[in-house]
Design a protein around this ligand. Structure first.
Ligand SMILES: NC(=O)c1ccc[n+]([C@@H]2O[C@H](COP(=O)([O-])OP(=O)(O)OC[C@H]3O[C@@H](n4cnc5c(N)ncnc54)[C@H](OP(=O)(O)O)[C@@H]3O)[C@@H](O)[C@H]2O)c1
Length: 237
């Protein structure tokens, strides 16, 4: 993986999969910038990896994204991970709760791409993040699944539109991150154990599993328009 001296920008890089990707990219020699909304979390994340720079930015805030990409300068690889995956059954959940689900992942990706693309090197890449819920929904996930499916469709369209810049998406299954901890609360240990038992690989994913896939997509110059499933075989069982 050739990331020596390359600049990687991770929106949603202060926690979970993004933080694991920042760590792996920095270890591979990249200059890494991470963005997130919460300054304290961002500072702690940046401080945990030598050389990583944190820039406070909400992916829906154009001014903040301008600041982020001005700080970055030339960008080689953009990874957009921010999402709001708070689901709810359509018949019981109001628009105010559901709209941000679509807004952050889909409009967030559109905004991030708009700001990054003019700065991306021709051999650069964009990696978006969807989720296995697009293929394996459960009750209450209609809007989260719609947002993930939209990102997957947009990935293929942007790969054509922005060529030669490569555009891919990683589609994770369950991954042990703070997001999953928040979503599962007290049930975390039991649910993680049950998912691990069900999956062909016998365990739930780690941030490092997904980071590895993201950096593969970022650095393999012959892959574009790809949705890379990293889900321990979740779609098969
Ligand atoms: N964990 C899983 O099982 C799983 C499965 C499938 C897909 N995914 C997807 O993978 C991605 C990363 O998830 P994760 O589990 O690593 O979550 P996480 O640990 O909660 O990290 C989410 C990151 O996104 C940032 N973020 C959230 N909203 C943002 C916004 N509006 N603008 C900028 N940054 C924002 C967070 O920082 P702030 O809150 O400080 O902004 C944080 O850095 C998400 O898109 C998620 O939907 C995760």
């Amino acid at each position: 993986m050739d990331l020596e001296g390359r600049t990687v920008v991770l929106i949603g890089g202060s926690s979970g999969i993004g933080l694991a990707t920042a760590s792996a990219a920095a270890a591979a020699g990249a200059r890494v910038l991470i963005a997130g909304r919460d300054r304290e979390r961002l500072d702690a994340a940046a401080a945990s990896i030598p050389g990583v720079v944190g820039v406070v930015a909400d992916v829906l805030d154009d001014d903040a994204l301008i600041r982020l990409f001005e700080t970055a300068g030339t960008v080689d690889h953009l990874v957009q991970l921010a999402s709001n995956p708070k689901g709810g059954r359509l018949l019981d959940t109001d628009d105010e709760h559901l709209r941000p689900v679509l807004e952050v992942r889909v409009w967030g990706a559109i905004r991030a791409v708009r700001h990054a693309a003019p700065r991306l090197a021709p051999d650069g890449s964009i990696t978006l993040v969807s989720g296995v819920v697009s293929q394996r929904p459960t009750p209450g996930t209609a809007m989260v699944a719609a947002s993930a499916g939209a990102v997957e469709a947009m990935t293929r369209a942007l790969a054509v539109e922005l060529a030669p810049i490569r555009v891919n998406a990683v589609c994770p299954g369950a991954v042990e991150t703070p997001m999953l901890e928040r979503a599962l609360g007290d049930r975390y240990d039991d649910v993680i154990a049950a998912i691990g038992k069900k999956l062909p690989v016998g365990r739930v994913g780690t941030g490092a599993d997904i980071a590895d896939a993201i950096l593969f997509l970022a650095t393999n110059g012959y892959v574009t328009g790809e949705i890379l499933h990293v889900d321990g075989g979740d779609r098969l069982v």
